[in-house]
Design a protein. Structure first.
Length: 182
């Protein structure tokens, strides 16, 4: 199962002409590049999100799980697939003497690597990270970072002497300057 199309991948190279008798490489080879990268993506998805795939209502059906993904998740997969296949297409075009294709291929490969690492929850060195940038798109129970504070507190040292937690809107029982029971 691929996540992008030959048109999208070929579109990454504006001077590449398709549909002519002398088109080289042919669409069938570009589709092979797309399928190769889609295989890598599927391997990452099955490893990273196996718990979500195994849970109801998918009950282990990877195909059903992929079919139920949101549009945002599909867009991420399309982009990873497109950049990976475009990197391979660029290498092929460079072998035919298209110098600019080599640079674009290297750029696509760098983007592909970054995107796949984010999907795979790996840092630039390949070490696992706590979560990936896109986890929330593929597993509704994934840990999601939030800008909301995990703990709310007032340090106390920066507060006027005698100020109570209730005066600042805090709900803790005791404050720095509370003296209860004395």
């Amino acid at each position: 199962m691929s996540y992008t199309t030959v048109n999208e991948v070929a579109g990454m190279f504006p001077t590449f002409r398709r549909g002519t008798p002398q088109q080289n490489p042919p669409d069938s080879l570009i589709q092979t590049y797309i399928d190769d990268v889609a295989g890598d993506i599927d391997a990452v998805l099955q490893r990273r999100f196996n718990e979500a795939v195994q849970a109801a209502p998918f009950n282990g059906s990877f195909v059903a799980w992929v079919a139920a993904l949101s549009g945002d998740a599909e867009n991420v997969l399309e982009r990873v697939n497109r950049y990976g296949a475009a990197a391979q297409l660029g290498q092929t075009l460079a072998s035919f003497g298209v110098a600019a294709a080599r640079e674009l291929s290297e750029d696509c490969f760098a983007h592909y690597g970054d995107l796949l690492n984010e999907l795979n929850a790996r840092d630039k060195s390949g070490r696992p990270t706590a979560s990936g940038l896109y986890d929330h798109l593929f597993d509704s129970l994934a840990r999601t970072e939030t800008p909301r504070p995990g703990l709310e507190a007032i340090a106390g040292g920066d507060q006027p002497r005698g100020q109570t937690p209730a005066e600042t809107g805090s709900s803790q029982v005791f404050g720095k300057f509370d003296r209860r029971g004395t």
